[in-house]
Design a binder for this molecule. Structure first.
Ligand code: FE
Length: 132
């Protein structure tokens, strides 16, 4: 039987509109606040319509040599043009991009997981080195 991890798709974000791309420093000091940006469709835009959109992005951190993965945040995008007049006639759309602050005490890997309501799960990773 297949496992969920086998269902998570990977690709080059420059060629595939579903891949989240993580923007964060390569190196930082322990305990220093830094900005993490995750966006999707940086090169090739992903649709944001009532029928086809990105409902959420989750970001995780896995410390180097560690056993367990920690969730840094889960970001839900809940407006996709829904309205009383019908699909895509509504007043608002949430765009599938996030920026948040975090601190790390250890080196490790950031993982971003994004869901497309039609095209499933997509991931990207980025290593971050914590220096003294
Ligand atoms: Fe899609």
């Amino acid at each position: 039987m297949a496992e969920l991890s086998e269902r998570i798709q990977k690709a080059d974000w420059k060629k595939e509109k579903h891949v989240p791309s993580i923007d964060a420093p390569d190196e930082l000091k322990a305990g220093e606040l830094f900005e993490v940006k995750v966006s999707l469709g940086k090169e090739i835009g992903h649709p944001n319509t009532t029928e086809h959109h990105i409902p959420w992005i989750s970001v995780y951190f896995h410390p180097e040599g560690g056993k367990f993965t920690h969730q840094l945040g889960h970001f839900q995008f809940t407006a996709h043009g829904e309205g009383v007049k019908g699909p895509n006639q509504g007043p608002a759309y949430t765009h599938h991009a996030i920026t948040f602050l975090a601190k790390l005490n250890e080196s490790g890997t950031l993982h971003a997981l994004a869901l497309c309501n039609i095209h499933g799960l997509w991931e990207d990773s980025k290593e971050i080195k914590v220096v003294e």
